[in-house]
Design a protein around this ligand. Structure first.
Ligand SMILES: Nc1nc2c(ncn2[C@@H]2O[C@H](COP(=O)(O)OP(=O)(O)O)[C@@H](O)[C@H]2O)c(=O)[nH]1
Ligand SMILES: [Mg+2]
Length: 245
């Protein structure tokens, strides 16, 4: 299930959350690029940056861009509190009339050029659109072998939960209505998995993109996050077994 990465004049209102911790090296370029993608495709998108008091001044850069008129608002949290909880807080902060909510990393690993296709999919009956490395046309560039293996194992562990392939994708857009009444666990890095496993959607689509390694700053994925992922999986499986989700 894929649609071509083209869309013209779609007017679905959406908010895309970009959680940041120490992303001063790239955040300005990302916001300028998103603004450009929105304008060229006539998209009604809002960017919500959720910054955890980054010591490198990421939040100040975002405030300056907001004041300059870019379609961005910054939610400041007092300390590093985790990626998933950042996305969830960002969705609460999003304008209430956004019909769709999304997430994207700040490090350019998620190709902004598929946003129009995601928006088009949600305008055409899909309730969830995820950026996918593991469908035809998608892929991964410049990942060390160890990271690739980690990703493949992580995905295999969640396979029984869904027919979707790239379940660890942190890049997606979902109808707000599909999240109503859904309790999302703020643990760890994999907010996409929470949404894929728990949101109320009938039709989902994977839109291919090529994942590129971050261009500035450093990865915050560490052993602790791998453990968190396993904890998250256990909770989701347990929820399924006890019928709570
Ligand atoms: N607000 C916030 N953002 C975070 C936190 N941890 C990671 N991020 C952001 O989440 C995104 C993904 O993190 P990254 O380090 O690129 O993880 P990786 O892609 O798995 O290596 C980036 O935009 C990070 O700045 C956190 O604790 N709080
Ligand atoms: Mg990254």
């Amino acid at each position: 299930m894929t649609v071509p990465a083209t869309a013209a004049g779609t007017q679905l209102k959406f908010s895309i959350v970009v959680p940041t911790y120490k992303e001063a090296g790239g955040i300005e370029r990302l916001i300028v690029m998103l603004d450009d993608v929105f304008k060229r495709n006539k998209l009604d998108g809002e960017i919500i940056v959720v910054d955890d008091n980054s010591p490198d001044g990421t939040g100040d850069i975002v405030e300056r861009l907001a004041a300059e008129g870019y379609p961005v608002r910054c939610l400041h949290r007092p300390a590093k509190m985790g990626l998933s909880s950042g996305v969830i807080d960002g969705w609460r902060f999003a304008r209430p009339d956004s019909e769709a909510l999304g997430a994207m990393d700040a490090d350019f690993s998620h190709d902004a050029n598929i946003i129009p296709a995601m928006v088009e999919a949600l305008s055409n009956g899909y309730e969830l659109a995820i950026g996918s490395r593991y469908v035809k046309g998608g892929g991964i560039e410049d990942w060390p072998l160890q990271r690739k293996i980690t990703s493949i194992v992580a995905i295999a562990l969640a396979q029984p939960l869904t027919p979707l392939r790239d379940i660890t994708s942190g890049y997606f857009l979902v109808r707000r209505s599909a999240l109503e009444g859904v309790e999302l666990d703020p643990i760890g890095f994999k907010i996409g998995l929470e949404v894929i496993a728990k949101a109320h959607y009938r039709k989902a689509i994977e839109i291919p993109y090529v994942f590129t390694d971050r261009v500035a700053g450093t990865s915050k994925l560490n052993q602790n996050e791998i453990l968190n992922y396993l904890r998250q999986l256990v909770r989701i499986y347990r929820g399924r077994l006890t019928g709570r989700t």
